[in-house]
Design a protein around this ligand. Structure first.
Ligand SMILES: [Zn+2]
Ligand SMILES: [Zn+2]
Length: 346
């Protein structure tokens, strides 16, 4: 697939930026049949018959409901009736909310009624899997197809698996992730039938997608720019949001720069050596949206207008949704043995 090119005058407006360009490979996943020897999302992995399939034994987060006693509910309703405006709490209402939070205890995440039932308080707490949970194949990436995929230790294949539940880990709420780097030529006997695990979140089950890799150049997030270029950007436009949409690639991609729009620039030290890591893979809930479609919608899909039923399959081909329509990013250290990595979610 082909991304429309950057308007040539865009770089002229920010002298010094052109030299900071870095390649990334847009994966351009789109629904389709996928084979074991291809790069894909949500397809079968080239996995040796004699190698154990990865499992997750990290506790996952479950929602528990705690009933609210009748007298507390009565006091809540009485307080709500005293409100003079629908959106302003009555005197004493905040204290009643605190009483519910105390009642529900650690892990309190809110309260309310579900499906017309009585209101309850909710908390999230860790619960172990009933058995080590076989992971789901998320992606298989061949270095021969994806020019920006690194080849640590001579590997030419990266397999990404995850456990499709919510877990709380390293401040990221989401699936646990496993990376397996290998050489294709070393896989001789294939595992016939990978074990099937339990699924906590349908949003973490990828639809099979073929990849249509395309190498493009992108530029640093504003907070990563050197001071002189940053100053020019600040003069050019107030908040830099137009810059991000123009210069940073959305969607699934390998390599390049990370977009930090949600949290501001964060640290991504290697978990082993604490040194710098590189952006390895972005798992994105969408390929482009209303704000980025004009710049990043592939030329092949320019004909899809807003009402076209094919639009959703183009914009959200994988069915994977992370965070609140956000992106899960994997940063890896290519200097340490075994390529340690960390996750960051936006
Ligand atoms: Zn798990
Ligand atoms: Zn390291």
């Amino acid at each position: 697939m082909i991304t429309p090119s950057l308007p040539p005058e865009a770089l002229d407006r920010l002298p010094g930026l052109a030299a900071l360009g870095r390649t990334t490979t847009r994966l351009h996943p789109r629904r389709g049949e996928v084979g074991v020897d291809q790069s894909h999302i949500g397809g079968p992995l080239l996995w040796p018959a004699d190698e154990p399939w990865p499992t997750c034994d990290h506790p996952h987060m479950v929602r528990e409901e705690v009933p609210i006693p009748t007298d507390l509910l009565d006091r809540m309703r009485a307080a709500e009736a005293r409100r003079t405006s629908a959106h302003v709490l009555a005197d004493g209402e905040a204290e009643l909310h605190q009483e519910i939070a105390d009642l529900v205890g650690p892990g309190f995440t809110g309260w309310g009624a579900v499906d017309g039932g009585p209101p309850g308080g909710y908390r999230h707490g860790p619960r172990p899997h009933s058995r080590p949970n076989p992971m789901v194949a998320l992606a298989q990436l061949r270095a021969d197809d994806i020019p920006d995929l690194p080849r640590p230790g001579g590997a030419d294949l990266l397999q990404v698996l995850w456990c499709p539940f919510e877990h709380e880990r390293e401040n990221v709420w989401g699936p646990t992730v496993r990376l397996r780097w290998r050489r294709e030529s070393e896989v001789v006997d294939l595992l016939a039938e990978p074990p099937k695990g339990d699924v906590g979140e349908e949003d973490y089950l990828p639809q099979p997608c073929r990849l249509h890799p395309e190498r493009v150049v992108e530029y640093p997030f504003p907070q990563e720019l050197p001071p002189d270029v940053r100053a020019r950007l600040d003069t050019w436009q107030g908040d830099g949001s137009g810059y991000v949409g123009l210069f940073l690639v959305p969607g699934w991609k390998v390599g390049g720069y990370a977009n930090w729009s949600l949290t501001d620039l964060g640290a991504t030290p290697c978990p082993d050596c604490a040194g710098p890591t590189d952006l390895l893979l972005v798992i994105d809930s969408k390929e482009y949206d209303g704000g980025t479609r004009d710049r990043w919608r592939p030329i092949e899909e320019q004909h899809l207008d807003w009402g076209d039923p094919g639009r959703f399959e183009a914009q959200e081909p994988t069915g994977v949704q992370v965070g609140r329509w956000g992106a899960l990013r994997i940063f890896a250290c290519l200097r340490c043995p075994d390529t340690p990595f960390l996750l960051n979610q936006q």
